[in-house]
Design a protein around this ligand. Structure first.
Ligand SMILES: [Mg+2]
Length: 216
C-alpha cells in the first residue's frame, strides 16, 4: 500500500465506522439494532430476523458481486433508511464502547495542519456527533457528510461528486480512506481519486508516513 499518488493531495475524506475506530463489540450492537428493526417491521422473532438478514446479504452479494451495506439489506426487506437510523439513534450506545485514542487524535491534528479533512459516512449526524465526541475528534474535522443529509447511502457516485465540490477539490487532490473497498473506495477511485484501505488502527496510523514519505 506504499503507492498513494500523493503529490497533489490537498484533502483527506475519511469514512467513520471501522476506519477512524475499530470496535467489534460496537459493530455487533449495530447489527443487533438492525435485527431488532427488521424483527419489528416484519413481526418476526429476532432469531428469524437475523437469519433473514444473513440470507438477504448473501443473495445481494451473489447478485451484485459486492457485499451490501446494512441499510441496503434493510431496504431490500421492506424497510427504509430514515426509520432504521431512528432506531440506531435511539438504541446505540457508542459511549459504552468507544474510547479516545491519543494516537488517532494526534494523527488527525497533524494531518489537519496540511490537509483539508472531511468525514463522509453512512452513519447519521446525531450518532456521528456522539461518536466523534467519544473518540476525542470533535472539532477536528470541519466538513462532515452524513447519510441523513440526503439519504443517499454510499456507494453513490453523485454523492462523491458533491463531496468533492463542497470541499473544492479535484478528484486527484482528494484521498479517500475507508475500511470497505466496495462501499467507501470503489466509486472515488473510478472518478480518479487516490484511495487508501484502512481496516485496523495500525493501517490508519501508517497513513501519515505514506503521505510524508512522498512529499516533495
Ligand atoms: Mg466503515
Amino acid at each position: 500500500m506504499a503507492t498513494i499518488a500523493c503529490a497533489e493531495i490537498r484533502g483527506i475524506i475519511f469514512d467513520l465506522d471501522g476506519t477512524l475506530y475499530v470496535c467489534d463489540r460496537y459493530a455487533a450492537e449495530i447489527q443487533a439494532a438492525a435485527i431488532g428493526y427488521i424483527a419489528s417491521l416484519i413481526q418476526i422473532s429476532s432469531a428469524e430476523a437475523a437469519l433473514i438478514i444473513a440470507a438477504t446479504r448473501l443473495r445481494l452479494t451473489a447478485e451484485s458481486g459486492t457485499v451490501p451495506t446494512i441499510s441496503a439489506v434493510c431496504i431490500e426487506l421492506g424497510g427504509n433508511a430514515p426509520d432504521l437510523h431512528r432506531v440506531f439513534t435511539q438504541k446505540l450506545r457508542p459511549e459504552a464502547y468507544l474510547v479516545r485514542d491519543e494516537r488517532v487524535v494526534r494523527l488527525l491534528e497533524r494531518l489537519a495542519e496540511k490537509f483539508r479533512l472531511a468525514i463522509y459516512t453512512n452513519n447519521n449526524r446525531p450518532l456521528t456527533t456522539r461518536i466523534m465526541k467519544c473518540l476525542g475528534l470533535d472539532g477536528l474535522v470541519a466538513n462532515v457528510f452524513t447519510i441523513d443529509d440526503t439519504w443517499r447511502g454510499k456507494p453513490d457516485e453523485e454523492m462523491v461528486c458533491r463531496v468533492l465540490a463542497a470541499l473544492k477539490l479535484a478528484p486527484e487532490e482528494a484521498l479517500f480512506v475507508g475500511d470497505r473497498y466496495d462501499v467507501d473506495l470503489r466509486q472515488p477511485e473510478q472518478l480518479g481519486c487516490p484511495v487508501y484501505l484502512s481496516q485496523h488502527l495500525e493501517q490508519l496510523l501508517r497513513l501519515e508516513r505514506l503521505l510524508t514519505c512522498s512529499e516533495k
